[in-house]
Each structure stands twice: as C-alpha cells, then as structure tokens.
Design a protein around this ligand. Structure first.
Ligand code: GLN
Length: 487
C-alpha cells in the first residue's frame, strides 16, 4: 500500500464531501501499517476489526444524515499510556502487560465523542521514562528516516507512526520533551500544551507536576484541529485550567508582522551540532523575512534545567509508582512469599532498569536528610527558571531554539549511558518546569538526510500565538511536506 500523502485536514474534507468513506480510509491506513510497521515497530497493538467497525458505524451515521463529531472518520493513534476501556493500557511495561482500564481517560473519551477512529496504541519508553523508546519492555521502534536510528522518545511510537504514514494524527505525552523531541527527530510537528490545558484524567502518571498530553501530526493546521478536540477544563482533573478553549484552527493565518521572536544566548553554546545550529538560524531568518523582529534574550538559569528536572521528575515518579505493589495493580510475583517480599519481588520482576533507576533516584532525593538538599532545592531552582521565562516574555512573544542538539542518534548509541540520554533533554525540559506550551516543527535536514527540528515556546496559554508562529513558517517553507521514502 502506497502511503497516504494528505494531511488530516485534507482527509477530513474528502470524508465530509463523501469522496472517501471512513472504512476506505481506515482500511488504507491498516494496509499501510501491515507493510510499514513490520520495519518501524511504532504500534504495540492494532485492532483492525474494532477500527473498521467503528469506521462503518460513522459511515452509516453519515449516510443517515446524523450529526457527526469534529474528527469523524479520521484515524488517530494513541500512546499506550492513556486509559481506554476498549484495549489494554500497558505503558510499555511488564507491570501493566495485562491491565485493562475500567474507564476512559478524558482525552480518549473526547476522541471517541469526536468520532475519531482509534486505530492503535503506540510504543513508548516504559512509563514514559526515556528519550529513545528503547526502554519499552516489548519492542524497539525505528526512525522512519533511518531504520538504524531511534525515533526519540518517550512518544517514539506516536512520532514514528505519523512520520511513517501510518496515522495522520497521534496523541503523545510530554513530561520533559517526550512529544517535541521525537517529533523533532522524526520530522513531524508535535505540541506540548500549557500545563493544565489538556486533562490528565486517566493518563497513567509519571511526574504529575510536569505531565501534559498533546498532539502530533504532519502540519500545524492538523495540530490545531486535534488540540481543539482534546483541550479544555475537566472537573475530574484538579490541575486542569478552567479557561475557554479558543478556536485554534481559525487563528492560524495572520501575518507575523511585529511578532517579537526571542533567541536565547545560552542555547547557542558548546555541544550544539553545527549543522543543527545553521539550520535553526536559517529558520530564524525566515521569521525575519516574514516581518518578525528578532531579539537576543537570556535565560540565566537554563543551565540548571536538566539537573532540576532529573531531581523533580524522579521524585514524583517514585511516589506515583508506589501504587504498583502487586496487590492493587499489575504484575504479582508467582513466588509463594511474605507480604513485603511479594511487594519487592513483584516490582523487581516487572519494572525495567530505567524505571528502577528513576525510583531509586527519586526515593533518595525525597528521603529524610536529603530532601532539603535535593528536592527542595530543585523546587527553588524551578521557580527561578519560571521567573526567567516571565521576564523573557515581557520582551518577546515567542522563543525559538533547537529541539535537540543533534539529529536522531543510532539505536543502542546512548542506551547504556543514562547521563548522555538525559542531556538530550537540554532544550525541552524547561517548558515543563515552567508549565509553558512548546511546539516542535521540521525546519530542515542534515547532510545525511535526518530531520532537524525547530522549537517555539510561548507564555502559558499562548497556544494561539505559538500555532500562528508555526503555521506562518510552514506556509513560507515546505519542510513539513517532506516524507521519508525508506519504508
Ligand atoms: N526524556 C525525558 C525523561 O526521560 C522526558 C520524558 C517525557 O517527557 N516523558 O524523563
């Protein structure tokens, strides 16, 4: 099956005009998955029968003239971390290998209400801990641009399925970069919304003060469409913001004349690959040609962001993952042993090495005697990082930066070197620490043909400006139309 070239918005038009049925479209994607995913490995599970049945139901309701949801008939892939009563939610962990949630997450419920066709569940780093998807307990996912390379992570499956033409839209989560980083490495668009913009109800928690759910797609218009569908207040998530959802799709097409674009002095420093630097600087020139004014700013505490994140995220993770005790949730050891031993064995058997490392790091940082020195201190630095951004957004509307310092790395290259893997998060973790929205969009390729991403960040709830900034760039360039021909 040759790949489907159209964007989600274009497909939606074809569906609405009756030029293609939901069943035909779903079948086309299933055929593509059957061929391409043998090589890429983006999906953990695809339930073809359920997807086709759902598509058939949408087609018959359309024929009967019944009102349909916003995404009627469009296939959407979902990261295997959001509860859905129709399938398991494994978080790519042996711990939840057989977990069937008793309720839908709000995001999944909204997708169902919008008449999306949920086509499959995508691979990820176990419990979203990682940046390469190599920490999945079940399989490796490959980057569609170079099958020897990682797609990034933790939403590697979500990015690779869009980049590989196996779904027009997908849902990922981002705690320290897990939507933007794989989007950047796979050459697709990925948005981390403002903390609280999208409900986290039914999202399996990693680090609750950082986690956000967001969309991945081939264009900013598609991102706006999916964000509009999943955003909004949810009384079941006390951290969700009670503010109206703008019509993101109608705010995209406005000139950038007068937009103030910030470039962070500390970002263009040692460690940044020269090719990535040149490409990102070229993108910034495009903004200037579109009427934006570019201003150099400073985020003096950004050099502490990775260290701060790797205290706070594991601390929260160690607390969130305490629930997996072999009694309430997930895997229980088959050994006949005492209660305490049962806890220990169940956890030792079912968690992978990275998850164990995070739990140990977090438990250490939270323990009496170290709490003040590590956790409390990290919270203070987090505040300083947020204040840097507050000051910066007095002067600029958007901040432009690389997404990662280098293009996609080889599978296995960083897997045994946690510190190098953590440093990949240099440009992305700050947005989570400060609760800001950020988007990653393709802005060029390395000489070896690997995608390079541009990141834009905005102040909280300024998704409209962010999407407009991304869209106008995409109108002026054609990077987002490039597709890998490797699969
Ligand atoms: N790579 C980061 C980590 O391992 C981010 C993960 C994420 O955003 N879920 O923590």
């Amino acid at each position: 099956m040759s790949r489907i070239e159209q964007t989600a918005n274009e497909l939606l038009q074809l569906l609405n005009q009756g030029e293609i049925s939901a069943v035909e479209l779903t079948q086309n994607y299933l055929d593509r998955i059957a061929v391409a995913d043998r090589q890429i490995g983006a999906f953990l599970r695809v339930d073809a029968d359920a997807a086709l049945a759902r598509a058939a139901d949408i087609d018959s309701r359309r024929q009967a003239g019944q009102p349909l949801g916003k995404l009627a008939g469009l296939p959407v892939a979902v990261k295997d971390v959001l509860c859905d009563t129709d399938t398991k939610t494994t978080c790519a962990s042996r711990m939840l290998e057989n977990f069937r949630p008793p309720y839908d997450s709000t995001v999944v419920a909204k997708l169902k209400a919008a008449d999306a066709v949920l086509i499959g569940r995508t691979n990820m780093d176990e419990f979203a801990m990682g940046g390469s998807t190599e920490n999945s307990a079940f399989q490796i996912t490959r980057n569609p641009w170079d099958l020897d390379r990682a797609p990034g992570g933790s939403s590697g499956g979500a990015a690779a399925c869009v980049a590989g033409g196996m779904a027009p839209l997908s849902i990922g989560t981002d705690t320290g970069g897990s939507i933007r980083q794989p989007a950047g490495l796979c050459g697709v668009v990925g948005l981390k919304p403002t903390y609280g913009r999208v409900s986290r109800f039914g999202l399996v928690a990693f680090a609750s003060s950082l986690d956000q759910v967001g969309p991945l797609a081939n264009s900013t218009e598609d991102i706006a469409l999916l964000l509009e569908t999943i955003a909004g207040h949810d009384p079941q998530d006390s951290t969700s913001l009670d503010v109206p959802v703008p019509e993101y799709t109608s705010a995209l097409d406005q000139p950038l004349e007068g937009l103030r674009l910030g470039i962070v002095r500390e970002h263009f420093a040692e460690g940044l690959d020269p090719e990535v630097e040149t490409t990102v600087r070229e993108a910034i020139k495009v903004y200037e040609s579109l009427g934006a004014t570019v201003k150099e700013i400073s985020l003096p505490h950004s050099k502490y962001a990775v260290a701060t994140y790797y205290v706070i995220a594991p601390s929260e993770a160690s607390s969130n993952l305490a629930r997996y005790d072999g009694v309430h949730y997930g895997h229980r050891t088959a050994e006949d042993c005492s209660l305490v031993e049962m806890y220990c064995r169940s956890r030792a058997e079912a968690f992978g090495p990275e998850v164990k490392r995070r739990i140990m790091l977090g438990a250490y940082a939270l323990s009496a005697g170290y709490y003040d020195a590590y956790y409390l201190k990290a919270l203070k630095v987090r505040r300083l990082i947020r204040q840097d951004f507050d000051a910066a957004f007095e002067q600029v509307d958007l901040i432009a930066s690389p997404v990662t310092a280098e293009p996609a790395f080889k599978i296995g290259e960083l897997a045994n070197d946690p510190l190098s893997m953590y440093l990949v998060d240099l440009y992305t973790v700050s947005a989570n620490l400060a609760g800001l929205p950020g988007i990653s969009l393709p802005c060029g390729f390395s000489k070896t043909g690997l995608p390079i991403g541009l990141q834009l960040q905005a102040k909280p709830l300024a998704e409209e400006t962010l999407l407009r900034g991304a869209h106008m760039y995409q109108k002026a360039t054609d990077w987002q139309t490039k597709r890998s021909d490797r699969v």
